[in-house]
Ligand binder design. Structure first.
Ligand code: NAD
Length: 260
């Protein structure tokens, strides 16, 4: 289905991004992995994906909080794959604290990685896609692009910003066979959430079990974590030609959270 297409999935060394990279490779796309981690573990992921699916798998350790590093990454997409056909902006971080205690450097880092990095990748990817006369931009937002929770000021601001960026880009490229959508998961059990459980327990003065049951799953009417596979399937659908008319959409995959 995606044979011959090249997909950059940012933050794909773990969690949801890895799941998406695996899914798209399974559909035949060549992959540019990105993110941090143990070099041996990353080399093993590259090897596994390319052997399992017979696709080319490259890797960039670019720090997405640095616009110059993002520019280099997009140039690497060009030199390795002739440009990006699919761009999945997934890399993200979190910090949980009351607004008056939110460290300024955490605010800056979250805005840089969760919002500005997507602007920088999209800005470089659109000319690449325009040349190919086809493109798919998928931004991993969050239910927090649609609703807020206390103690997540930077994250909620960045994710609401991603929703605005998504809609704007969708309008600009609407007649060029390029779509731009945001996928908004509810809670998915990844490293990012495991870290939040500890921090939220501290911020609210409750146990970690209470955070899972009374804070996280309380928000999700299904009372279940969303799975990485469920998110990856939605991303895979958006890459299909059949999804050509789905653009500018802010799609909840949140077990009903934002319906409340
Ligand atoms: P994760 O912590 O498992 O993965 C984050 C990835 O981003 C890693 O590969 C990491 O190396 C990379 N990364 C972090 N900072 C980076 C930087 N400066 N430069 C390059 N790469 C960097 O997290 P996850 O839960 O898989 O989250 C992925 C995305 O999904 C994020 O945008 C997150 O906000 C979003 N999301 C997650 C959940 C959830 O419940 N886990 C819910 C909604 C949205």
């Amino acid at each position: 289905m995606l044979e011959g297409k090249a997909a950059l999935v940012t933050g794909s060394t773990s969690g949801i991004g890895f799941g998406i990279a695996n899914h798209l490779a399974g559909k035949g796309a060549n992959i540019m992995l990105s993110g941090f981690g143990d070099p041996n573990a990353i080399a093993a992921i590259q090897d596994d994906l390319s052997k399992q699916y017979g696709v080319t798998v490259a890797y960039s350790g670019a720090d997405l909080s640095d616009p110059a590093a993002v520019a280099d990454l997009m140039a690497e997409m060009e030199s390795t794959f002739g440009g990006a056909d699919i761009l999945v902006n997934n890399a993200g971080i979190q910090h949980v604290a009351p607004v008056e205690e939110m460290p300024v450097e955490k605010w800056d880092a979250i805005i840089a990685i969760n919002l500005s990095a997507s602007f920088h990748t999209i800005r470089a990817a659109v000319p690449q896609m325009r040349r190919k006369r086809w493109g798919r931009i998928i931004n991993l937002a969050s239910a927090h692009a649609l609703v807020a929770s206390p103690y997540k000021s930077a994250y909620v601001a960045a994710k609401h910003g991603i929703a605005g960026l998504t809609k704007t880009v969708a309008l600009e490229v609407a007649q060029e066979n390029i779509t731009c959508n945001a996928v908004c998961p509810g809670y998915v059990m990844t490293d990012l959430v495991r870290g939040q459980i500890t921090d939220t327990a501290k911020a609210r003065g409750i146990s970690e079990k209470q955070v899972i049951e009374d804070v996280m799953l309380a928000a999700q009417p299904t009372k279940k974590f969303v799975s990485i596979e469920e998110v990856s399937e939605v991303v895979g659908f958006l890459c299909k030609d059949a999804a050509a008319s789905v653009t500018g959409a802010i799609l909840p995959v949140d077990g009903g959270w934002s319906a409340q």
